[in-house]
Design a protein around this ligand. Structure first.
Ligand SMILES: C[S@@+](CC[C@H](N)C(=O)[O-])C[C@H]1O[C@@H](n2cnc3c(N)ncnc32)[C@H](O)[C@@H]1O
Length: 313
């Protein structure tokens, strides 16, 4: 809401108050678009809707998978996609010993993941290239992989949390709470990429993406601090309260929203929906308890992000 409010205010200053704007919010067909419209109109008041302060702005939604073309060719001036292109079009491999690539993953598993990621990144860009007008801009922000300065290890955003989810899920499969097959079938269908992988279609001037007219104006790697760690630390420093339970509660509720479906999908369809939900509720409860017993100084996970600004020539 905030960023589009500011963007539209700037554009209105530039083009005059009577200029009309169309904003299209895009997500998968399963997305809860009804909540989006309730937010736009103010029925859900927070965060405040940018529409309430402006005239001549028209909001639509598109429920189309972004690996397909979502809107007519040559029709968009500006597009923005935040924290979404790490999700792949399909699960490229089933990691046998983990829910996501880790140090023990086989070469075949790792290669399959990165091959799918490369293909998907190209598809995503080619679709957007068709949709953009000449001179139009595409801004992409993506959770990324960075090398840890201390250990030299490649760490992706959510490394601590994914490691812990994996540990508890593995224990469930060892104790028989879930089957071995269900563990193998639980995979995060995403890929955290490096700057080199994100730049590749642009650095190669003969790639289909470059030939489609897309050029990279800037590529920036940023580390955003862990907000839950900051809140915990502030309470500790200012009020003298070491509230690790609150840290764990906030962490799990924020990250359950993107990770829940991975575990629900991994469970066998011979189980009822109720049974699946009970197991997955138990997982997040156990993870929450474990985090609350950890030191946030060690568990904290800064968000590693890459921002790309791309133009259609
Ligand atoms: C972490 S959320 C980010 C949402 C929003 N862009 C933001 O920054 O707050 C990732 C979003 O990407 C959407 N998504 C994942 N794969 C997608 C696809 N293939 N097509 C369209 N949307 C997708 C998810 O449904 C989810 O809403």
């Amino acid at each position: 809401m905030a960023i589009f409010g500011e963007l539209l205010a700037t554009l209105k200053d530039h083009h005059g108050p009577n200029t009309q704007f169309q904003v299209i919010h895009e997500d998968l067909e399963m997305n809860d678009f009804n909540s989006l419209f309730k937010r736009m109109s103010g029925i859900i008041p927070d965060p405040p809707s940018y529409l309430l302060k402006m005239d001549n702005v028209y909001v639509l939604a598109s429920g189309t998978n972004f690996y397909k073309q979502c809107i007519p060719s040559n029709s968009m001036h500006f597009m923005m996609s935040m924290t979404s292109v790490h999700w792949l079009s399909r699960t490229s491999t089933t990691f046998k010993n983990a829910i996501y690539k880790d140090a023990k993953s086989s070469t075949e598993e790792t290669v399959a993941l990165h091959k799918q990621a490369e293909l998907d990144w190209e598809t995503f860009l080619l679709r957007r290239s068709r949709e953009l007008k000449r001179g139009g801009l595409l801004v992409v922000g993506i959770c990324a992989v960075f090398e840890d300065r201390n250990t030299g290890e490649n760490k992706y955003t959510m490394y601590s949390l994914v490691g812990l989810l994996n540990e508890v899920w593995k224990e469930y499969s060892e104790s028989g709470k879930i089957s071995k097959e269900e563990f193998v079938n639980t995979n995060i269908s995403a890929c955290y990429r490096t700057m080199k992988e994100m730049r590749k279609p642009f650095d190669n001037k003969t790639s289909p993406v470059s030939r489609s007219g897309l050029t990279l104006l800037s590529a920036e790697a940023v580390v955003n601090p862990d907000v839950f760690y900051n809140d915990w630390r502030e309470k500790k420093d200012k009020e003298g309260i070491d509230d690790r339970e609150e840290f764990a509660r906030m962490y799990v509720s924020a990250h359950r929203n993107w990770s829940n479906s991975t575990f629900m999908n991994g469970l066998s369809d011979s189980r009822s929906l109720e049974e699946k939900e009970q197991i997955v509720d138990g997982l997040y409860d156990d993870v929450k308890k474990r985090i609350s017993r950890m030191n946030p100084e060690i568990f904290k996970d800064d968000v590693k992000f890459i921002y790309l600004v791309i133009r259609k020539e």
